[in-house]
Design a protein around this ligand. Sequence first.
Ligand code: FCB
Length: 456
Amino acid sequence: MKNTGTDEFPILKRNDFAPDFRWGCSTSSYQIEGAVHQDGRGESIWDRFCATPGHIRDGSSGAVACDHYHRWPEDLDIARSLGTNAYRFSIAWPRIFASGRGRVPNQKGLDFYSRLVDGMLERGLEPWVTLYHWDLPQALQDQGGWANRDTVDAFVEYTDVVSRHLGDRIKNWITHNEPWCTAFNGNFEGAHAPGLKSFKTALQVCHNVLVSHGLAIPVLRRNVPAVRVGAALSLHPLKPASDSAQDVAATVRHDGLRNRWFLDPLHGRGYPADIWAILGDNAPVVQAGDMQTIATPTDFLGVNYYFPEIVADAPGAGVMSTRVVEPGNVERTAFGWEVSPRGMITLLNRVARDYRPTEIYLTENGSTYHDVVTPDGNIEDLERRRYLQRHLLALREIVALGIPIKGYFAWSLLDNFEWAEGYLRRFGLTHVDFATQQRRLKLSGQWYGEFLRGDL
Ligand code: FCB
């Protein structure tokens, strides 16, 4: 389907957006790099987690992944060929400090990212770096991980080293990717590394991650001229399962932990009192000054948007007494996630209205489907292309509403290691044949390129 301007798909052009709008793709270190034993990289919590049978659906790991550690020039060439002007990636902390901290960083790890960043700049891609996209050094986990306050200090030291080495070339810094997932997927649901199942631990992790975000900001401001810093949150628009007072109240509670638990303290309002009151002795230990630290001003807010959630009251279901229910008759991706471009508008409208961030970037948005390689080697992912098109139309509406949205990063440049789902979920605009490491642009990627290059 070309962009012919039918009712179904009105004309959409890059020129509909500001010339300095950031267009990119997102990736993360553990999901694409592989080379886990190379050049002095230490063990991460994901290496350890994947080694336990049953943790990853297909029994795989990120040990090889997309072999991006060796193939990055080809991957950056693809990003350039699409016409993107920015690229979001993350740094593997265990490549910089194999055991999490120390007096001397691993020079080979720093050199790798230095080459990678130079490669981006050579190709006209503005680097957007994420310092923490979930691959904590295992050595720090052995001492309690993010639940241990010492990890906050280790993160600040790591931030200092990385920003002193790369701050001359990277202006845009994202401290953390999706603190909710770090805390709850990893420490309460046990579905992600480190695989713990404690609500109380998850809340302490959450708090320490937010404190580490705040403490990293002055370090970045000191080391990076004209730095721009923010965090990338996973946020969801929510709907009650019914009009009942119980479901409506449950939705407010769910919002309190899913969204407001991050947005409120980052914007200087402290933790939401309604949720704090429910937590009892699960509430985190907060030290004097922590809430001011978390509220340290940032330059932008990163939002990762995937799907809305429907919430019902569920007495007895954990501390929160809420339950996320399956949406009824709605369009979904292969992950079961509801496809809702409108939800993206609702969400950003709410964030802009309630928190007034000066700039918002969609730091992730994307979809997974069952891609089929045709006999002539094409991947005709019409559903992913449609998903992308419809979300970009929504993006244009978001701009028209006056919401300060300044960029969009598609998740993801490449099919990659999708955490607990292993290689069973493909999110890439580029197909990766994991047996041969061959890359092939899917139809969705071709369309993104046509849109960005102005070929439409
Ligand atoms: C987000 C993660 C990203 C990827 C997508 C599908 O929650 O940040 O790494 O797994 O989901």
